[in-house]
Design a protein around this ligand. Sequence first.
Ligand code: NAI
Length: 342
Amino acid sequence: SSFALKPRKAFANSSNSYNLLQPQASYKVAVLGAAGGIGQPLSLLIKMSPLVSSLHLYDIANVKGVAADLSHCNTPSEVIDFTGHGELANCLKGVNVVVIPAGVPRKPGMTRDDLFNINAGIVKTLIEAVADNCPDAFIHIISNPVNSTVPIAAEILKQKGVYDPKKLFGVSTLDVVRANTFVAQKKNLKLIDVDVPVVGGHAGITILPLLSKTKPSVSFTDEEIQELTVRIQNAGTEVVEAKAGAGSATLSMAYAAARFVESSLRALDGDGDVYECAYVQSDLTELPFFASRIKLGRDGVEALIPSDLQGLTEYEQKALEALKPELKASIEKGFGFAQKQA
Ligand code: NAI
């Protein structure tokens, strides 16, 4: 179930193409914002997938060069570039999965919500085009603030009469990737074995790693729980500060988003054992959107996994109650924006 295992297996065989011995499938994936800090490495990782036959790269500028460059990799997918709004519809026709990392990233001192005014409008425009051209596609939203951009997307899709809650995902995979890494480091575990569910949302205290549900089962002191929880919640800010004005997480985000794309493609391809955490429409709490573990199937979300929220520790239960007002406000802000535009 680990994305990281695939390349190791593939490179270990001595074929001259990345995936010659892997099963072939023919899905079309579009990346909107493909020339950006996340878009470029994400497109490279998707180009390596044996499940992709066509990779559509869209941006408002600079995407021609990215596509030309990637198209020289001898993996099976063709790469096609689309520049500017006039080419957006063609980019989306026939696509199975749309990934959206378009928009501005944080600079030091900014919260994800500070990006709302710019990114809300970008997501709205892109989702309108998705609704018109590939309403059946899985939609992966990376653009922040995810807690609000996903509700915006849902409202736009509803206005267009094509909303399928099972196919709209806020990408919170990076929170899980970070939690797995930090827990493995702290507890000296083999990285590839560790799995920590992360629930709630994707900003500050709304990011709630359920350390008590870590697999393999490990015990933490209260201090370790506090330290790890805060580090996972602030990991994005750690990168923003280290980059000192040059942007936010791009490479680890590309890795995480590629894993979520690969999981979606495996689910589309009929694999019956695909689980990820994602921020989706949910009835696990009283909030209309909530990140949790989900089972992915051919039609998108096949099931939410409620068991992670059962038997929480007192610390987790308190943190869950504490995040709800902030997450609720972010969701309502998204709804409010979309309704004003209608
Ligand atoms: P970036 O600025 O490097 O790239 C953004 C790209 O979007 C640029 O190429 C830009 O031309 C393009 N773009 C802008 N307006 C567009 C439009 N209307 N249509 C299509 N493309 C458009 O930013 P970066 O670092 O790639 O981050 C992108 C987004 O991802 C940000 O909102 C950031 O906050 C978010 N992010 C989300 C994470 C998550 O875990 N969900 C983690 C890290 C970043």
